[in-house]
Design a protein around this ligand. Structure first.
Ligand code: ASP
Ligand code: MG
Length: 421
């Protein structure tokens, strides 16, 4: 295993590969900062490609015309590739997957929605990784040969033992780590189920992929290259006066990600913490800048972190006979939430009702209502926002709640949460 010391994993998200200029910038970063190490590069789909694929998939699934958005997606990839590569390389990089995508859409027969979603939406990473690998002369790797998951479509659960073995096996077959001379370029977000179908790991899951590789390869570090200066205490697109954490512990970061801080995918930290692999968050716009170092450390009190989740739904359940909400009732409610795959963002119990705040999904909420309608009276509000202030103080609470009507609020020692319109 010693030959792998110095292995680094770089993850480039959608914004860092959004066009040809961004990919040239990526190439500069890889040459300047990654040249002394063996490098594995994980890339996301370009820009908003995953959203576009979701839209195309939904149209195709509903039997509607998706020709225009598909043509747009094809043209976008062709144009970017043409700016970076020779014509023959463009063909090599794109034809296979653009052709497969077209065919998969044409052959789509409505059935298991989530399963089919994965077969289509995964093309974004396949395409972007081809273009990036060609543009930096990297060694392209289909990560589905390595990342093994179960069949939890759209949220594939990783088979760690199988994945680690596959990664080591690949290295051995190639006569040792393939990363020494040439960086390996692979896809974030996707994996493969035992039946051979493609799975995805959940939206924004490429960070998680980087962590999976780093864990299995016992990498020296992971760097996530982003369009922000590091891990900030709030989203700078929403709040003007953010501060950057220069250094922060795994634990704090895991908690922030749990509450919905969008900077890092929530599952990313655990594998890294387990093998004590430091995670750097750096700006691809300013690669010299310090960024944030996430590792096993102690630090003084942190600036309050503000996390906003929009498009929330607040559901209240009351038992039909006005009985108190009992453990038996809760068991039924939790079971139905799990079955409908609704994640609880906050919950609150009172004598005769129980409330949960979840991300809004019409499909999942209606499934939940079907499961519980007989036993409970249900009310729900949509279009809500959930704010979480981690490490709150009086000033941050006052500032954020001012002028807002709170539909639910909850305070623990470290965290203040509220749901509002
Ligand atoms: N492309 C996927 C998404 O947009 C995964 C990722 O970007 O991390 O959700
Ligand atoms: Mg993305």
């Amino acid at each position: 295993m010693s030959e792998l010391t110095g292995l680094q994993v770089y993850k480039f998200g959608g914004a860092s590969v959004k066009d040809a200029a961004a990919i040239l910038n990526l190439r500069r970063i890889v040459r300047e900062y990654g040249s002394n190490a063996s490098l594995l590069i994980v890339v996301s789909a370009m820009g908003k490609t995953t959203n576009a694929l979701e839209e195309i998939f939904q149209l195709a699934y509903a039997g509607q015309d998706y020709a225009r958005p598909l043509a747009g997606l094809e043209m976008f990839h062709r144009e970017v590739a043409a700016e970076l590569l020779d014509p023959s390389e463009v063909e090599m990089a794109l034809n296979e997957y653009l052709g497969d995508l077209r065919q998969s859409l044409a052959e789509l027969i409505p059935g298991n929605f989530d399963q089919q979603y994965d077969q289509i939406v995964s093309y974004g990473e396949l395409l972007s990784s081809r273009i990036v690998a060609a543009a930096i002369d990297g060694n392209w790797q289909d990560c589905r040969e390595l990342i093994q998951t179960d069949t939890t479509w759209r949220e594939g659960k990783v088979d760690w033992v199988g994945t680690e073995a596959a990664i080591w096996n690949m290295l051995r077959h190639k006569g040792g780590p393939p990363m020494h001379q040439v960086p390996v370029v692979t896809q974030g977000f996707i994996g493969r189920a035992p039946d051979g179908l493609t799975t995805t790991l959940g939206r924004e899951g490429s960070d998680y992929t980087a962590a999976i590789f780093a864990y299995c390869l016992r990498a020296e570090s992971v760097t996530i290259w982003k369009d922000v200066a590091g891990l900030l205490n709030a989203d700078p697109k929403i709040f003007p006066d953010t501060v950057r954490y220069p250094e922060i512990s795994y634990r704090e970061t895991i908690e922030m990600a749990y509450y919905g801080a969008s900077v890092i995918h929530p599952k990313t930290l655990k594998p890294l913490a387990e093998r004590n692999i430091p995670l750097r968050v750096k700006s691809f716009l300013d690669p010299e800048a310090e960024g944030t170092l996430i590792h096993d450390c102690r630090h003084a009190a942190l600036a309050p972190a503000i996390i906003r989740k929009t498009d929330q739904c607040l559901l209240s359940f009351a038992s039909k006979d006005f009985a108190f909400i009992s453990e038996e009732n809760l068991e039924v409610i939790f079971g139905a939430l799990a079955q409908a795959k609704l994640k609880i963002n906050v919950m609150q119990n009172s004598a005769i009702s129980f409330s949960v705040c979840t991300d809004f999904s019409e499909r999942r909420i209606s499934q939940l209502l079907d499961l519980l309608r007989e036993q409970f009276t249900l009310h729900y509000n949509t279009g809500l926002t959930l704010f979480t202030i981690k490490n709150y103080d009086a000033a941050s609470v006052a500032r954020l709640t001012a002028g807002r009507e709170l539909l639910l609020e909850q305070r623990t020692r470290g965290t203040f949460q509220f749901v509002c319109k």
